[in-house]
Design a binder for this molecule. Structure first.
Ligand code: MF3
Ligand code: CO
Ligand code: CO
Length: 291
């Protein structure tokens, strides 16, 4: 690409006024293959127009998660929560991205107690006082995706252990987000999460993780929540990714339900928690786009 060409990012600016310095900075860097350090491909970079699109999707996604907080109570089944979220998202002109994604049968994921993630909403799953659950919602609007999840406590009160798991898992996500810095490597996120999880006596699920998001639901990089710093893809301004640690009170091993092909549970039956935000890597840190 020449200095006076239109920049590859689609901004409409000349290359020399747009991503030339950015490309040169990456070109000058040495990537250590032993640490799986890799350059970010152009398609994971978002420009201002893309960020605006993701933020609009995020407004609807946040509204759906807020609505869940009002509806979660003892006696409600998780299919009713799914249907309310679906209706909310569709009525705002958007689409619940999970629906039919890889044949996932419902619009959102609801994971109760020992379910780690990808719980399928069902009439048969009825919430009880003291249950802890994760509701994970992804919304796409005009081709842009926002992905976030929160924990909810049924009836507002639970055991001390469950409450501590929910609260500490949120802290672990925040520690991961603080480690998401431009010109550092994505492994820093998992290093921060893993350290805090262990310090609290918890384990980190490593089969699943965060991901690039924005112009697609799932793209590179894979975001591990327990790994070494200085490894993996370089984080650069314009990259959008999720931080979504899955933290177990017991052992880290998980099992996927053989019948539905989706529901992931702790192998030992222990409680699991997860929080997720979509963040943008900026010039001087990061910005939360969906939470
Ligand atoms: N929202 C989940 C994530 O955080 C993905 C769910 S995929 C589904 O990446 F198919 F189960 F919906
Ligand atoms: Co999600
Ligand atoms: Co996600």
């Amino acid at each position: 690409m020449k200095r006076n060409d239109d920049c590859w990012c689609g901004s409409g600016k000349k290359y020399k006024k747009c991503h030339l310095d950015f490309d040169e900075r990456i070109a000058e860097m040495k990537f250590n293959v032993n640490k799986s350090q890799i350059r970010p491909p152009h398609h994971v970079i978002n420009i201002a127009k893309d960020i605006e699109g993701i933020k609009k999707a995020a407004v609807i996604n946040t509204g759906a998660l807020d609505l869940m907080a009002k509806l979660v109570k003892p006696g409600i089944d998780t299919l009713s929560l799914n249907d309310a979220a679906h209706e909310f998202i569709v009525s705002h002109g958007a689409h619940p991205s999970c629906l039919n994604y890889d044949n996932f049968p419902k619009s959102i994921c609801i994971s109760v107690n020992n379910v780690v993630c990808h719980g399928i909403p069902s009439k048969k799953v009825i919430l009880r006082e003291g249950d802890i659950l994760n509701i994970d919602i992804t919304t796409d609007l005009d081709g842009y995706f926002a992905d976030a999840s929160r924990m909810y406590i049924v009836g507002g009160r639970t055991t001390l252990e469950a409450k501590r798991l929910v609260d500490v898992t949120r802290e672990i996500m925040e520690a991961g987000i603080r480690a998401a810095q431009p010109w550092h490597f994505v492994g820093d996120i998992g290093a921060a999460c893993g350290k805090m999880a262990r310090a609290n006596g918890y384990t980190v699920v490593t089969e699943l993780g965060g991901h690039g998001v924005g112009k697609k639901f799932h793209l590179e990089p894979f975001v591990s929540h327990d790994c070494k710093e200085n490894t993996g893809m370089l984080m650069v301004p314009g990259m959008v990714l999720t931080v979504e640690p899955m933290i177990n009170a017991g052992k880290k091993q998980v099992v996927t339900d053989a019948y539905d092909g989706w529901t992931v549970r702790t192998e030992d039956g222990s409680l699991s928690a997860q929080w997720e935000k979509t963040i943008l890597i900026t010039e001087d840190g990061n910005q939360v786009l969906a939470s």
